[in-house]
Design a protein around this ligand. Sequence first.
Ligand SMILES: [Fe+2]
Length: 440
Amino acid sequence: MKKNLLVYLICLLCIAMTSSCKSNDDTKTVPETVKFMVISDIHYFDPSLFTLPANAYFQGYLTADRKLIIESSAILKNVLATVMTEKPDFLLITGDLTKDGEKIDHQALAALFKDLSDNGIKVLVIPGNHDVNNPSAYSYTGTTQTAISNVTATDFASIYTNCGYGNAVERDPSSLSYVSEPVNGIWVMGIDACHYTPSETAGSISTTTLSWVKSIITKSKAKNKVLLSMMHHGMVEHFTGQSTMFSEYVIADWKNVSSALADSGMNVVFTGHFHAQDIAKGTGTKGFIYDVETGSTVTASCPYRIATLNTVNKTLKITSGKIDGVTYSTIPTGTNFQTYARDYLTTGMKTISYYMLTSAPYNIPASAVTGYKLDDIFTNAFVAHYAGDETASASDNTDIQTVSKLIPTLGGAIQSVWTDPAPKDNNITINLKTGEVTNN
Ligand SMILES: [Fe+2]
């Protein structure tokens, strides 16, 4: 009998201890403030995959582009050093991790991110349109262009097992969407809106993934978690007409999807894709959603964001910085990196603008493009939009009127790119309870 009583008491003790541990797990302290950083569109291209000077194939790629691909590895290492100094709780990377989905690049990135996680900074990634099943994965060494291995969606989740997928709280069976809890009480939902079969620039949240996203919003509320979301493609337009002019940069059916998610209680989503620093507010019938787009590290102004979430007041303070001090063999000694990046973008955008304006559907004669400096006017507008908090000067407004007189629709487009709806783009604080914003 005594022995039975002893066994009974031990059992009671065990049950008490077990329930006590569970209780501790459920009520682990949620920190009052959580610091995290965001970078986007890092487009890493490993230096082992090309030789300099760029061969004809690589030069052809670079000329038709606006990204600092050659310097991408040096830029990334520079900003990761800043992350290490800032010591956030976690780092979000909102897609387009690689130049074109090269397996070697993904593996190199996973190793670089491990350095951060080994130092207590969790890294969470989501794929962009360049990252999975990309047929343009090439190396450019010597005089050749060589097709190299890319990655499948399964490979992606496996390579980034330490960057969200391996310790996910939830996974969407039909996409690379997941939920991670990098800090107790904070859920980060990575939404995969990319199209892989075939790989293309446009994005959409499929019906099944949208149901999954809504279920996560509901679960986060039931479990009293603060929900932050991230996605590569834009959730809402960042200037009027973006979804018409650049339809591949905002998710399909963005008005209905953003409205539904705002009403479901998703209040903030970090995005990338268009390489611009821009914050835009979407609304539903009763809710709101801030799309905090972060510019690309390889496109001037080469920004990063630092955010502080106050879990008590439910405020999200966002500040922005610019990468600087990058050195590489292509950057002339004594040239400031920000100056180099801006000049590179201006040159690249002028080429792209000239091509766009002289091609269908515009088909503007080359003499008119150069005569009226239309390529310069387009370039100025986009360089300003990429940096965020853009304001057209008197001479920019004169340029807009010049274009409007020539081709009214294009004038309207330029005007729209220059028009930056509230809120500000770089430094604001969002009240996640009311949706109100104050400038920092
Ligand atoms: Fe990108």
